[in-house]
Design a protein around this ligand. Structure first.
Ligand SMILES: [Zn+2]
Length: 65
C-alpha cells in the first residue's frame, strides 16, 4: 500500500505518494525538492483514495435497517 502524505514545505504542500518500500527513508518532493522522511506509520486521518479503501469492507452487505 502506497504512502500518501503532504509535502512538509509550507510553500508547497503538494500531495506526495511514495511506494510502501520508501517508509522510513528519505525522499525528495518532486515539486519543490524538499527532502523529508517518509513516515513509517500512516496518520490515517486523511481521506483515503477510493482505490484502496473500499476493498476491505466486504461484510456489511445484506441487512437493511
Ligand atoms: Zn514540495
Amino acid at each position: 500500500m502506497a504512502v500518501t502524505m503532504i509535502c512538509p514545505n509550507l510553500g508547497c504542500r503538494k500531495t506526495i505518494v511514495a511506494p510502501d518500500g520508501a517508509r522510513g527513508r528519505l525522499m525528495r518532493c518532486a515539486h519543490c525538492s524538499q527532502v523529508f522522511m517518509v513516515p513509517i506509520r500512516d496518520g490515517s486521518s486523511e481521506p483515503a483514495t477510493a482505490d484502496e479503501t473500499n476493498n476491505q469492507k466486504d461484510k456489511s452487505g445484506s441487512k437493511k435497517h
